[in-house]
Design a protein around this ligand. Structure first.
Ligand code: HEM
Length: 166
Protein backbone atom coordinates (compact mmCIF):
# COMPACT_ATOMS: atom_id res chain seq x y z
CA UNK A 1 0.00 0.00 0.00
CA UNK A 2 1.44 3.44 -0.87
CA UNK A 3 2.01 5.83 2.04
CA UNK A 4 -1.03 7.97 2.96
CA UNK A 5 -0.92 11.74 2.55
CA UNK A 6 -0.67 14.11 5.50
CA UNK A 7 -4.35 15.09 5.44
CA UNK A 8 -5.26 11.44 6.05
CA UNK A 9 -2.77 10.76 8.83
CA UNK A 10 -3.54 12.03 12.35
CA UNK A 11 -0.90 13.06 14.83
CA UNK A 12 -0.34 9.99 17.04
CA UNK A 13 -2.14 10.31 20.37
CA UNK A 14 -0.43 10.43 23.73
CA UNK A 15 -0.76 6.71 24.41
CA UNK A 16 0.91 5.86 21.09
CA UNK A 17 3.69 8.35 21.80
CA UNK A 18 4.19 6.83 25.25
CA UNK A 19 4.28 3.25 23.92
CA UNK A 20 6.90 4.19 21.32
CA UNK A 21 8.97 6.01 23.91
CA UNK A 22 8.89 3.07 26.30
CA UNK A 23 10.04 0.73 23.53
CA UNK A 24 13.00 3.04 22.86
CA UNK A 25 13.87 3.65 26.49
CA UNK A 26 14.67 -0.03 26.81
CA UNK A 27 17.24 0.01 24.04
CA UNK A 28 20.83 -0.23 25.23
CA UNK A 29 22.22 3.35 25.39
CA UNK A 30 24.72 4.27 22.69
CA UNK A 31 24.53 0.87 21.10
CA UNK A 32 24.95 0.46 17.34
CA UNK A 33 22.84 -2.68 17.49
CA UNK A 34 19.63 -0.92 16.43
CA UNK A 35 21.30 0.57 13.36
CA UNK A 36 22.98 -2.72 12.45
CA UNK A 37 19.72 -4.65 12.70
CA UNK A 38 17.89 -1.92 10.82
CA UNK A 39 20.23 -2.05 7.81
CA UNK A 40 20.34 -5.86 7.88
CA UNK A 41 16.55 -6.00 7.79
CA UNK A 42 16.27 -3.31 5.14
CA UNK A 43 18.70 -4.89 2.68
CA UNK A 44 17.27 -8.35 3.26
CA UNK A 45 13.76 -7.08 2.48
CA UNK A 46 14.77 -4.83 -0.39
CA UNK A 47 18.27 -5.68 -1.70
CA UNK A 48 17.97 -3.14 -4.52
CA UNK A 49 18.00 -0.30 -1.97
CA UNK A 50 21.61 -1.13 -1.00
CA UNK A 51 23.04 0.81 -3.95
CA UNK A 52 21.35 4.03 -2.73
CA UNK A 53 23.65 4.06 0.29
CA UNK A 54 27.40 4.62 0.48
CA UNK A 55 29.44 1.43 0.22
CA UNK A 56 30.83 1.94 3.69
CA UNK A 57 27.81 2.30 5.95
CA UNK A 58 29.88 3.04 9.05
CA UNK A 59 30.37 6.82 8.89
CA UNK A 60 26.67 7.28 8.93
CA UNK A 61 25.71 3.95 10.24
CA UNK A 62 23.69 5.24 13.13
CA UNK A 63 22.35 8.44 11.59
CA UNK A 64 19.08 7.27 10.19
CA UNK A 65 18.05 5.13 13.14
CA UNK A 66 19.27 7.76 15.62
CA UNK A 67 17.31 10.40 13.72
CA UNK A 68 14.18 8.37 14.22
CA UNK A 69 14.82 8.07 17.92
CA UNK A 70 15.29 11.85 18.09
CA UNK A 71 12.00 12.32 16.26
CA UNK A 72 10.33 10.17 18.91
CA UNK A 73 11.83 12.45 21.54
CA UNK A 74 10.30 15.59 19.94
CA UNK A 75 6.81 14.25 19.26
CA UNK A 76 5.48 16.61 21.94
CA UNK A 77 6.47 19.60 19.77
CA UNK A 78 4.81 18.46 16.54
CA UNK A 79 4.87 21.83 14.73
CA UNK A 80 8.63 22.21 14.92
CA UNK A 81 9.09 18.55 14.24
CA UNK A 82 6.81 18.58 11.21
CA UNK A 83 8.85 21.41 9.71
CA UNK A 84 12.14 19.55 10.25
CA UNK A 85 10.66 16.41 8.75
CA UNK A 86 9.55 18.31 5.64
CA UNK A 87 13.09 19.62 5.18
CA UNK A 88 14.47 16.10 5.66
CA UNK A 89 11.94 14.69 3.19
CA UNK A 90 12.84 17.26 0.55
CA UNK A 91 16.55 16.47 1.06
CA UNK A 92 15.84 12.76 0.69
CA UNK A 93 14.11 13.24 -2.61
CA UNK A 94 16.61 15.76 -3.97
CA UNK A 95 19.91 14.27 -2.78
CA UNK A 96 19.21 10.57 -2.38
CA UNK A 97 16.47 9.97 -4.94
CA UNK A 98 14.12 8.55 -2.29
CA UNK A 99 10.61 7.86 -3.60
CA UNK A 100 7.32 7.27 -1.74
CA UNK A 101 7.49 3.52 -2.43
CA UNK A 102 10.74 3.30 -0.40
CA UNK A 103 9.20 4.49 2.87
CA UNK A 104 7.29 1.32 3.84
CA UNK A 105 10.50 -0.76 3.58
CA UNK A 106 12.33 1.57 5.92
CA UNK A 107 9.39 1.54 8.33
CA UNK A 108 9.19 -2.24 8.40
CA UNK A 109 12.94 -2.61 8.77
CA UNK A 110 13.05 -0.12 11.60
CA UNK A 111 10.07 -1.46 13.53
CA UNK A 112 11.39 -4.99 13.17
CA UNK A 113 14.80 -3.87 14.44
CA UNK A 114 13.26 -2.24 17.52
CA UNK A 115 11.16 -5.35 18.15
CA UNK A 116 14.23 -7.58 17.92
CA UNK A 117 16.15 -5.75 20.59
CA UNK A 118 13.44 -4.36 22.88
CA UNK A 119 13.15 -6.70 25.89
CA UNK A 120 9.43 -6.11 26.45
CA UNK A 121 8.12 -5.72 22.92
CA UNK A 122 4.32 -5.88 22.72
CA UNK A 123 1.65 -5.74 20.04
CA UNK A 124 0.53 -2.29 21.26
CA UNK A 125 4.10 -1.01 20.82
CA UNK A 126 4.03 -2.39 17.33
CA UNK A 127 0.76 -0.68 16.36
CA UNK A 128 1.91 2.56 18.00
CA UNK A 129 5.13 2.51 15.98
CA UNK A 130 3.11 2.04 12.81
CA UNK A 131 1.06 5.17 13.63
CA UNK A 132 4.13 7.22 14.46
CA UNK A 133 6.04 6.10 11.38
CA UNK A 134 3.04 6.88 9.17
CA UNK A 135 2.97 10.41 10.53
CA UNK A 136 6.74 10.82 9.99
CA UNK A 137 6.44 9.52 6.44
CA UNK A 138 3.47 11.77 5.63
CA UNK A 139 5.42 14.84 6.75
CA UNK A 140 8.60 13.85 4.89
CA UNK A 141 6.62 13.21 1.73
CA UNK A 142 4.73 16.51 2.10
CA UNK A 143 8.15 18.22 2.20
CA UNK A 144 9.37 16.22 -0.78
CA UNK A 145 6.44 17.56 -2.80
CA UNK A 146 7.11 21.21 -1.91
CA UNK A 147 9.19 23.19 -4.42
CA UNK A 148 12.24 23.89 -2.25
CA UNK A 149 12.71 23.19 1.44
CA UNK A 150 16.38 24.10 1.53
CA UNK A 151 16.08 27.40 3.41
CA UNK A 152 14.88 26.52 6.88
CA UNK A 153 12.03 28.76 8.01
CA UNK A 154 12.00 30.94 4.86
CA UNK A 155 8.62 32.53 4.29
CA UNK A 156 7.18 30.77 7.31
CA UNK A 157 7.03 33.54 9.87
CA UNK A 158 9.38 32.98 12.79
CA UNK A 159 12.60 31.12 12.26
CA UNK A 160 12.62 27.60 13.70
CA UNK A 161 15.46 26.60 16.02
CA UNK A 162 18.18 24.71 14.20
CA UNK A 163 17.80 21.19 15.49
CA UNK A 164 19.68 18.18 14.28
CA UNK A 165 18.00 14.79 14.24
CA UNK A 166 21.19 12.85 13.64
C1 HEM B 1 11.61 7.96 8.88
C2 HEM B 1 12.24 8.25 7.89
C3 HEM B 1 13.68 8.66 7.73
C4 HEM B 1 14.52 9.36 8.53
C5 HEM B 1 14.23 9.96 9.90
C6 HEM B 1 15.79 9.45 7.84
C7 HEM B 1 16.91 10.10 8.30
C8 HEM B 1 18.10 10.25 7.61
C9 HEM B 1 19.23 11.05 8.02
C10 HEM B 1 19.29 11.89 9.30
C11 HEM B 1 20.19 10.93 7.09
C12 HEM B 1 21.56 11.61 7.08
C13 HEM B 1 21.39 12.93 6.34
C14 HEM B 1 22.69 13.73 6.23
O1 HEM B 1 23.76 13.19 6.39
O2 HEM B 1 22.59 14.95 5.95
C15 HEM B 1 19.69 10.04 6.06
C16 HEM B 1 20.39 9.65 4.96
C17 HEM B 1 19.91 8.80 4.00
N1 HEM B 1 18.65 8.25 3.96
FE1 HEM B 1 17.16 8.53 5.29
N2 HEM B 1 15.69 8.79 6.65
C18 HEM B 1 14.41 8.30 6.56
C19 HEM B 1 13.86 7.58 5.52
C20 HEM B 1 14.58 7.14 4.44
C21 HEM B 1 14.03 6.33 3.39
C22 HEM B 1 12.58 5.87 3.27
C23 HEM B 1 15.04 6.08 2.53
C24 HEM B 1 14.94 5.21 1.30
C25 HEM B 1 15.65 4.19 1.08
C26 HEM B 1 16.23 6.74 3.04
C27 HEM B 1 17.47 6.74 2.44
C28 HEM B 1 18.55 7.49 2.85
C29 HEM B 1 19.81 7.53 2.10
C30 HEM B 1 20.11 6.80 0.79
C31 HEM B 1 20.67 8.36 2.83
C32 HEM B 1 22.13 8.72 2.48
C33 HEM B 1 22.97 7.56 2.95
C34 HEM B 1 24.37 7.57 2.46
O3 HEM B 1 24.87 8.60 1.98
O4 HEM B 1 24.99 6.49 2.56
N3 HEM B 1 15.90 7.36 4.20
N4 HEM B 1 18.41 9.66 6.42
Amino acid sequence: MPPRSLSNVPLPDQSAIEAVRISCSELPAGSTLLAERFYQNLFKMAPDLRSMFAENLHPQHKRMADALLQVVHYLDAPDDLAHQLRVLGAQHRREYGVEPRHYPYVGRALIRAVSEISPTWSSSMSSSWVLVYEWITANMLAGAEEPDQRVSGAGRGRARPARSYR
